[in-house]
Design a protein around this ligand. Structure first.
Ligand SMILES: [Zn+2]
Length: 68
């Protein structure tokens, strides 16, 4: 194995020149989960912003002070 350091640009040029010969690939069947958009809201108790998971209007710290 040649472990000489080469520049990123040189490495990329060599990879492009080699086209697909240096890679192997195959198709896979992969299910990508649908992720709903995050919604940032302001807690109606403390006024801090938090990521709303469902339709809650207060943050998890205000709704469950035991988690602190
Ligand atoms: Zn809060």
């Amino acid at each position: 194995m040649n472990e000489a350091k080469i520049s990123h640009k040189t490495a990329i040029n060599e990879l492009l020149k080699a086209d697909g010969d240096v890679y192997s690939w195959y198709f896979i069947d992969l299910r990508v989960p649908i992720i709903s958009e995050s919604k940032i809201v302001i807690c109606s108790v403390c006024g801090e912003s938090f990521v709303q998971d469902e339709n809650e209007i207060i943050c998890k710290w205000c709704s469950d002070p035991e988690i602190l």
